[in-house]
Ligand binder design. Structure first.
Ligand code: AMP
Length: 114
């Protein structure tokens, strides 16, 4: 989708600090990091929100978690721990409507989130 900022990152039209790539997923550093490591993990296929995930997307969505595992290991977070979260729609704070896992780590994270 040409009006989707994350699709434009996938297409190389907008620069990003890409730290992981697979055939179905991409991870790059968040432009406004909320932790020492804050990566966004996105599918190459445009899916707007969790509400738009259907049975044909299971492999793609699973690949996001495999990417999270790899990024966490790369960043040295696997043992200490990290958080993976996906916001859905406005009440949860979703601002980019191309699904993405936030991977946060490198500091102690409080719970519940705000
Ligand atoms: P969300 O609010 O869950 O939709 O998360 C969107 C995230 O995308 C925010 O944390 C933004 O800081 C981040 N973001 C927006 N534009 C960019 C960009 N061009 N490069 C990297 N991160 C971005």
């Amino acid at each position: 989708m040409s009006d989707c900022i994350f699709c434009r990152i996938i297409d190389g039209d907008i620069p990003a600090d890409i730290i992981y790539e697979s055939h179905s997923a991409l991870a790059f550093r968040d432009i406004n990091p909320q932790a020492p490591t804050h990566a966004l993990i996105i599918p190459r296929q445009h899916i707007s929100t969790i509400n738009d995930i259907d049975d044909t997307h299971h492999e793609i969505v699973g690949s996001l978690f495999s990417a999270a595992r790899e990024v966490a290991a790369q960043e040295g977070l696997a043992e200490d721990g990290y958080r993976v979260v996906m916001n859905c729609n406005e009440a949860a704070g979703q601002t980019v409507f191309h699904i993405h896992l936030h991977l946060l780590g490198g500091r102690n994270l409080s719970w519940p989130p705000g």
